[in-house]
Design a protein around this ligand. Structure first.
Ligand code: ADP
Ligand code: ASP
Ligand code: MG
Length: 418
């Protein structure tokens, strides 16, 4: 029988009542003749609570134990979903990641999926089971320990299952009815997109649009998974939601297709470092070893013999997620104390946010950056750091201007119009 993957996010399984509603949708697909793999998230708020408990217990925690704790939310919803389906007389069984098994690397907290052998679940389908409910977000490392896939990782679980089982479609049920030109909670004029190209979705996701985890889009692109985002609160139809697909399946697109943002950014400047070969490698090597995900990087113009320093010196600025700032500071200071790095001061700013405009049309159109900077200037918003790639431009700004910036850019690029 054809296989369908249906993923329900935290808000869609937040209460027993909502689990019941989700189960009804699953039952409809079963009645159409599909064997269904349901991927569930933890009830909304649960993972945050678990992460909070870990941080309170151990600020520089052992990542293996972090995973042991934060993976547990999904176990509850998987069991409850299977029970709900059984109550509806749909043959269902729950699976934790290790039982499948969903094999991952040992990068705890951000593990990558290596393989999902389908044999166990296929055997059950063969015996008449119609729904496999799988706890999202979790897997098992080569050492036999529980791993998690990074926040929002259930999306990736879903797409990986769709690829492994050659599913007809992967439907991501969430609390919005599709992918919008920007977060509809921040900009009332945001417009739902019927289709979005993999590359654009990849950029939007990696630049902060929560709706799909970046890795899930990468996998969908690689394995050509038919990926759809839709609401678990509205009546489903064949046209519902947003289809994430190849560029060739999109008739015409705007130059800019979306605005993404991330509130949780921190900016760090190392003041007065030597400007010589190997310094950047030493700084970013130290950060990589500490597991810090560095995003934007700027190195200032250097000065010679600055305030008694010998040779050329410069400043280095980078951004990283706010929750990794402490880790970054600790690693850099430890490297300085050990004599592996030299800098006069470390300045950390935590009141910054990143706003980005994304669109494949940028490849062939000039002037997007100028328009973006002009728009921000008109609103009197100062740009702290700029980064660009082929299809995106990102800026770091003061966090209190974030909403204003998103709305102004949405207007400037006329995203409310198709
Ligand atoms: P789930 O719990 O179902 O995984 P998430 O909270 O992870 O849901 O993702 C859905 C949320 O993503 C929406 O509620 C919305 O606020 C946010 N979001 C951010 N950018 C976008 C966008 N461009 N389109 C749709 N939703 C977006
Ligand atoms: N529950 C996990 C999280 O909140 C995974 C997910 O929902 O995708 O990040
Ligand atoms: Mg999510």
């Amino acid at each position: 029988m054809p296989v369908l993957v249906m993923k329900f996010g935290g808000t869609s399984v937040a209460t027993l009542d909502r689990i019941g509603r989700a189960a009804k949708r699953v039952a409809v697909e079963v009645s159409k003749g599909y064997d269904v793999i349901v991927i569930v998230s933890a009830m909304s708020g649960k993972t945050n609570e678990l992460v909070g408990w870990v941080n309170e217990t151990s600020p520089f925690y052992d990542a293996r134990e972090y995973d042991a704790v934060v993976s547990s939310g999904e176990n509850v919803t998987a069991g409850l979903m299977a029970l709900t389906l059984q109550e509806m007389e749909v043959p269902a069984r729950s699976w934790q990641g290790w039982q499948v098994p969903l094999l991952t690397t040992s990068a705890h907290g951000a593990a990558r999926i290596e393989d999902i052998p389908p044999a166990n679940i296929m055997q059950k389908f063969g015996e008449g089971m119609r729904v496999a409910v799988v706890a999202g977000f979790q897997g098992i490392s080569p050492e036999g320990r529980i791993t998690t896939l990074g926040r929002g990782g259930s999306d990736t679980t879903a797409v990986a299952f769709a690829a492994a089982f050659e599913a007809e479609r992967c439907d991501i049920y969430t609390d919005v009815d599709g992918v919008y030109t920007t977060d509809p909670r921040v900009c009332a004029k945001a417009r739902k997109l019927d289709r979005i190209a993999f590359e654009e979705m990849l950029e939007l996701a990696s630049l902060g649009a929560k709706v799909l985890q970046t890795r899930s889009v990468e996998l969908a692109m690689r394995y050509n998974v038919k990926l759809r985002v839709l609401s678990s609160f509205e009546e489903p139809s064949d046209e519902a939601g947003t289809l994430v697909c190849g560029e060739d399946q999109i008739m015409e697109s705007n130059i800019v297709s979306g605005v993404a943002f991330s509130r949780e950014e921190a900016k760090v400047t190392l003041v007065t470092i030597a400007d010589q070969p190997g310094i950047a490698a030493a700084i970013f090597g130290t950060l990589a070893e500490a597991g810090v995900n560095v995003d934007m990087i700027v190195q200032n113009v250097s000065e010679t013999d600055y305030q008694g320093h010998e040779g050329r010196v410069t400043d280095m600025t980078f951004s990283c997620p706010t929750d990794q700032l402490k880790r970054a500071e600790k690693a850099l200071e430890a490297a300085r104390d050990a004599g592996r790095l030299k800098f006069d001061q470390l300045w950390a700013e935590t009141d910054v946010a990143k706003v980005s405009v994304v669109g494949i049309g940028m490849r062939s159109h000039a002037g997007v950056a100028a328009k973006m900077f002009e728009t921000l200037a008109t609103e009197n918003i100062n740009i702290k750091v700029i980064a660009t790639s082929e299809i995106k431009i990102s800026v770091l700004i003061e966090r209190k201007y974030l909403e204003l910036a998103v709305q102004a850019l949405h207007d400037a690029f006329e995203l409310e119009r198709a």
